[in-house]
Design a protein around this ligand. Structure first.
Ligand code: 48F
Length: 261
């Protein structure tokens, strides 16, 4: 039998290569493993769509882990309880009427577990640095990916491509995919208004309302919605992030029809 070192390497090369062959063509590419991205991913995978989440960090959760100013808790209101229950995430009622407290680590872990158990591929350490487009009329047909480590190194290395029927920008406050599209895709009139100062109640409502399709093939969820439409921020209340993830999943599913068609 070959040496253990050789067998370890071969097992990893073989399995990763198989995964990447599947990842190279998807129904839905979700950018960002924050609350909105992971929620969207699960509800899409559950419907049978081939979904991957590309996350530039080596961890899940985006802004969840920091809780409220590093206190390990976030809050939601009753509108998000159904989603917490779908993911089997615990919550406790607080003295503040209508608010429920969730442990940040449980939220991160169970959103990720729920997505993975539904068949989502989570890919860490991969940065979406561009999109694939076709014109007349402009349409987004996938993403361009690069190892985060390569970008951090400053080396000039050409990226690879992932085609997909839909791309969801769930990159949070910076709206990374939308910024690229606004700058680099010809014929798209997209202007990022930039997130506004805190007005939690209004932001919670409007982020969900404005979640959805931005142009053919491109969708937005979570705080990227606020960056796009100039909506206020809401701090560590996460109802709208979960509801936005669920809403974008419904919008993508409605547009795509059946998986793989
Ligand atoms: O920021 P993030 O948690 O986005 P979200 O789902 O939730 C926002 C809340 O966490 C919080 C808030 C609301 O209560 O104000 O901030 O809108 O997660 C975004 C994830 O996307 C990754 C980033 O590392 C983070 O984990 N990300 C950002 N740009 C890229 C990316 C990129 N270009 N490629 C891959 N991953």
């Amino acid at each position: 039998m070959a040496r253990l070192e050789q067998r370890i390497s071969r097992a990893i090369w073989r399995s990763a290569a198989r995964d990447w062959l599947e990842l190279s063509d998807l129904d839905v590419a979700i950018v960002g493993a924050g609350p909105s991205g992971m929620t969207a991913a699960r509800y899409l995978a559950e419907r049978g769509f081939r979904v991957a989440v590309f996350e530039r960090r080596l961890s899940f959760g985006g802004g969840i882990g920091g809780g409220g100013m590093l206190l390990h808790k976030v809050v939601v209101d009753e509108s998000a309880l159904r989603i917490l229950e779908d993911f089997n995430i615990g919550y406790s009622r607080d003295d503040e009427e209508g608010l429920y407290v969730v442990d940040a680590s449980e939220l991160m872990a169970k959103l990720a577990a729920g997505a993975i158990d539904s068949g989502v591929r989570m890919v860490h350490g991969v940065h979406v640095e561009d999109v694939i487009y076709r014109d007349g009329p402009p349409r987004i047909e996938g993403v361009v990916v690069q190892w985060s480590a390569v970008l951090l190194s400053g080396l000039h290395v050409d990226p690879l491509f992932v085609t997909s029927r839909a791309v969801v920008d769930a990159t949070g406050h910076e709206a990374g995919v939308l910024s690229i599209v606004a700058r680099k895709v010809p014929g798209v009139r997209l202007q990022l208004e930039g997130e506004k100062s805190a007005y939690a109640e209004l932001s919670e409502k409007l982020v969900v309302e404005r979640t959805g399709r931005v142009m053919p093939g491109l969708y937005v969820a979570g705080m990227a919605v606020a960056a796009l439409y100039g909506l206020p921020r809401m701090g560590p209340i996460f109802s709208s992030m979960l509801l936005s993830g669920k809403k974008v999943a419904e919008a993508v599913a409605a547009d795509l029809g059946s998986p793989g068609s």
